[in-house]
Design a protein around this ligand. Structure first.
Ligand SMILES: NC(=O)c1ccc[n+]([C@@H]2O[C@H](COP(=O)([O-])OP(=O)(O)OC[C@H]3O[C@@H](n4cnc5c(N)ncnc54)[C@H](O)[C@@H]3O)[C@@H](O)[C@H]2O)c1
Length: 391
């Protein structure tokens, strides 16, 4: 095994001690979800340090986690130089991840990273290779897999109540456009060079949910995208079809107003999930799950509460201790990033796109910036709307 500075899964003494975490990026998701999750799991984790260049954000996380002055860093290099950190949790915007993740892996720390893994497949591949070469665990926060209604749908599918899944329809057309931290750059999600895409890149949760409901890897993608406001730099609505070798998902995601909910069907029935007022999951409370299956109509309105990021952290901590991969690996993060970029490529070209995107392709190398190098038809919605800097 490659020597690492963090405690390893095969060290029996260390397995009884909490994993010591350095948090990199103290924005909204770190403060709102990661810090409370660490505090909920004291036997598994101890948050020992935070790094963020924005003083206001460092102060907020340090207060919430009860850190002392010497545990709060403006520069991640200082945090990585410490000898009391086993794992790095990267909660920065995605365009900053590659160098941070590579440095963390090379210093022998396990790495958990927010989604999307990166803005380009090339960066993601380099990060995955560095993690594997250094023998550390590398997980991506695909937390919607742990949402209670998703866990329940997957149980019902596994029980065979609707037969093998043929079609999954996921409507997320009323996503609320929540700005980033005010003290940093609240509009970074609308800058293609920082976000790597628009609403779908931000909500690529729905891409990995579609694949999880189909139960098979996505192989082909066809899509249409558009903007809802004048001069939008990134797409604000996407309608996509993801095909596997035997079933397909329709995934519709948009900022603004539109229907929400999930429907999954097979030869013997269907499962439908609704959120309050027909809006989108995570932005409106769960209302009901209805199964029309082998047992007739069954309605469920009470599901066990779960904090999805607490479950991601619990899985990652167990993966480190047990020396296994987490639920969402770097490789899965890369595959879902490519499926998301394939939506933009398909919409740009007006044709179905196969996965994986090959190394050397402009979109593999440069993400959405690579679309500018392609010869797009006049009617391409990406060209017509001048999305991602395409002229
Ligand atoms: N899993 C989820 O449900 C979920 C939800 C929201 C956001 N996210 C993801 O989390 C990430 C952060 O989103 P957010 O909404 O918290 O953003 P945010 O704008 O609220 O915060 C970004 C933070 O990163 C800090 N930062 C900038 N450069 C840095 C650097 N070099 N080193 C360390 N910190 C740096 C900023 O100062 C700021 O505090 C994004 O990738 C986003 O996609 C995931």
């Amino acid at each position: 095994m490659v020597a690492t500075r963090g405690r390893q899964g095969d060290d029996c003494e260390a397995m009884r001690e909490p994993i010591r975490v350095g948090l990199v990026g103290a924005g909204n998701i770190a403060l709102g979800d990661h810090v409370p999750a660490y505090l909920e799991l004291p036997e598994l984790f101890r948050l020992v340090a935070v790094a963020d260049p924005t003083p206001e954000r460092r102060a907020l996380v340090s207060d919430a986690a009860g850190l002392g002055d010497r545990d709060v860093h403006a520069d991640t290099a200082e945090l990585l130089a410490r000898d009391d950190v086993d794992m790095i949790d990267v909660c920065t915007p995605q365009h900053l991840r590659r160098d941070l993740v590579i440095a963390a892996c090379e210093s022998g720390r396990h790495v958990l990273s927010e989604k999307p893994i990166a803005t380009t497949p090339r960066d993601a591949s380099q990060m995955i290779a560095t993690a594997r070469a250094n023998g550390v665990r590398y997980g991506i926060v695909h937390n919607y897999l742990f949402r209670p209604e998703i866990v329940r749908i997957l149980e019902i599918i596994r029980a065979g109540d609707i037969g093998p899944v043929e079609v999954a329809i996921l409507n997320w057309l009323s996503v609320i456009d929540i700005p980033g931290a005010a003290a940093y750059r609240p509009t970074w999600r609308h800058d293609p060079s920082q976000a790597g895409g628009g609403v779908l890149m931000d909500m690529l949760h729905i891409v990995y949910l579609g694949e999880a409901l189909l139960g098979r890897p996505i192989e082909r993608v066809s899509a249409w995208v558009d903007a809802r406001t004048e001069d939008a730099p990134v797409e604000e609505i996407t309608l996509s079809r993801f095909e596997t070798d035997r079933n397909a998902a329709l995934v519709n995601v948009g900022w603004g107003q539109g229907p929400g909910g999930i429907a999954v069907s097979g030869p013997e029935g269907r499962i439908e999930v609704g959120y309050e007022d027909g809006a989108s999951g995570a932005f409106a409370p769960f209302e009901q799950l209805v199964v029309h299956g082998r047992n007739g109509r069954v309605e469920e309105t009470d599901l066990p509460p779960r904090r999805s990021i607490t479950n991601v952290l619990a899985d990652f901590g167990a993966a480190v201790r047990e020396g296994r991969d987490p639920v969402a690996t770097g490789e899965q993060g890369l595959h879902i990033l490519e499926a998301t970029l394939a939506v933009y490529l398909s919409a740009a070209l007006g044709r179905t796109v196969g996965l994986p995107i090959e190394p050397g392709h402009p979109v593999y190398e440069r993400g959405v910036a690579g679309l500018r190098e392609l010869d797009l038809p006049d009617w391409s919605p990406i060209r017509r709307r001048r999305l991602f800097g395409v002229q």
